[in-house]
Design a protein around this ligand. Structure first.
Ligand code: PA5
Length: 462
């Protein structure tokens, strides 16, 4: 199982001003946390609670259909192209980057065991979209268009471009190159997919985008590139069992939720940095940023009070960002908690050769890059602690589907518990709706005429 270490936030280590008296706080919040966990588990099957993601590890039917389709198309496509944005892209991106061999798209088909290369289009930059279309042989490309609402403008624009190009190249056969992941009955994509006869996968009711990684949204891309999704599912289930424990002393998601909440509300830590010491975990912070920001950044609490809560999540990669952000973290405002993510055992043990023995770099010879990365994480953590900066550390025994699933599921539960502590609605995102509506208005979508004149006036002012 993954491990969680909170010693770096303790007041007796980093001082009373910035640290927490953990035992006292755990005792103060013991009952509250137990209530929250019990309540989440009781409500998870109720409609409109947006907690169905807590059941995804047990959705054997989806896993079965995903595996069946993946084995049906195995060997048929050179490329897998994911169209989606936000929760419809970030989970798949974070997991495939972590679990596939590094530089996957540069490997030969034999090295990839004939599984496809994978590309995510989660932006609508005209140059990068055109550039990607220039290099993909569309006849050999499977397009997985993913959107829960079925209408997200960026995803729909990409889908329209791809559908048109595929049809031009493949004629009527183009349908076999599109698979849609969307709601079971509502939304424009559902309507089009049924009309056009695409293979489809369902995003279950009451599963929001940022909590959808373990639905077909994430599982299908993983299975299509040959990742063992049974391992992933086992990781979620085992973690779920652990996180059902209502005792804060035995629940690592509850511990980190409470630590973040208290550091934010009592100690002014307005920023939560996620810093994995691994390039393969490069996109895990991006996924976390979406989860933490959109779930907890809220104007109004559940009682209708204006609260404007939320921590700003940031990304740093170890060791790289020691050379860009660490100066600020050590000496700038003491307004952050840093979440280190460490890997106990990498797939490779890379030795530094014993050369240049009599020079200033000779001491490195015979050590491993693994030793070096570990030493860097430990020194950075101790330095932050010397400067009274709070840190926690999550350690993955290794990078595999089982442990990555545990990490993501832990962070989802952590977010849900934190939302309850802040007493806000974790699962809505009204703050992004206005800009979406203005975009529809500017692009001439029917029904948005009023927003169009409003934004046109305001655009002259800002
Ligand atoms: O977390 C969310 O629900 C959102 O951020 C969505 O993931 C994002 O808006 C994309 O939505 P959709 O999947 O409907 O295209």
């Amino acid at each position: 199982m993954i491990k969680f270490d909170y010693r770096g936030v303790k007041a007796d280590i980093i001082g009373d001003i910035h640290g927490l008296n953990i035992e006292e706080e755990f005792n103060n919040y013991k009952d509250k946390i137990s209530e929250i966990i019990t309540d989440l588990n009781q409500r998870k099957n109720n409609p409109d609670q947006w907690l169905q993601w807590m059941n995804l590890g047990y959705n054997e039917e989806t896993a079965w259909y995903v595996k069946e389709y993946a084995s049906m198309v195995e060997g048929r496509f050179e490329n897998l192209l994911i169209l989606g944005i936000g929760g419809s892209a970030l989970g798949g991106l974070a997991m495939t980057e972590a679990l596939l061999k590094p530089y996957w798209n540069f490997l030969t088909p034999e090295q990839r065991e004939n599984y496809p290369r994978i590309f995510f289009l989660d932006n609508i930059d005209p140059d990068s979209v055109s550039g990607l279309l220039d290099i993909l042989d569309l006849k050999k490309t499977l397009v997985n268009v993913i959107t829960k609402s079925g209408s997200t403008v960026e995803t729909m624009a990409q889908y329209m471009i791809l559908k048109d190009r595929l049809e031009q190249e493949l004629g009527d056969d183009y349908r076999k190159n599109i698979v849609a992941t969307t709601d079971k009955q509502t939304g424009i994509l559902r309507q089009l997919a049924d009309q056009e006869g695409y293979k489809t996968f369902v995003i279950p009711d009451d599963v929001g985008g940022r909590f959808s990684v373990f639905s077909a949204v994430g599982l299908l891309p993983l299975a299509l590139v040959g990742i063992n999704i049974d391992e992933v599912i086992q990781g979620i289930k085992d973690m779920d069992l652990l996180l059902k424990n209502t005792d804060i002393y035995n629940n690592i998601a509850a511990q980190n939720a409470l630590i973040h909440y208290l550091l934010n509300t009592k100690k002014g830590k307005n920023i939560s940095v996620m810093m994995p010491y691994s390039s393969r975990l490069n996109y895990i912070p991006d996924w976390y940023i979406h989860l933490w920001a959109e779930s907890l950044g809220k104007e109004i609490d559940n009682d209708g009070n204006i609260v404007n809560v939320g921590q700003t999540p940031l990304k740093a990669i170890g060791a790289t960002d020691q050379y860009s952000q660490m100066q600020l973290y050590n000496e700038g405002p003491n307004d952050k908690i840093i979440n280190f993510i460490k890997v106990a055992e990498f797939d490779n043990n890379l030795e530094i050769p014993n050369i240049f023995e009599y020079t200033g770099i000779g001491y490195l010879g015979g050590k491993t890059v693994n030793n070096l990365l570990d030493a860097e994480a430990d020194s950075t953590k101790v330095t932050l602690s010397n400067n009274s900066r709070p840190t926690v550390t999550i350690t993955l025994p290794k990078i595999d589907g089982y442990h990555i699933a545990q990490l993501l599921y832990m962070l989802e539960i952590q977010t849900a518990i934190a939302g309850e502590l802040y007493n806000i609605n974790t699962f809505n995102q009204e703050g992004v709706e206005q800009a979406k509506n203005y975009t529809y208005a500017l692009m001439g979508r029917a029904g948005y005429e009023e927003s169009a004149s409003e934004i046109q006036d305001k655009m002259l002012m800002v």
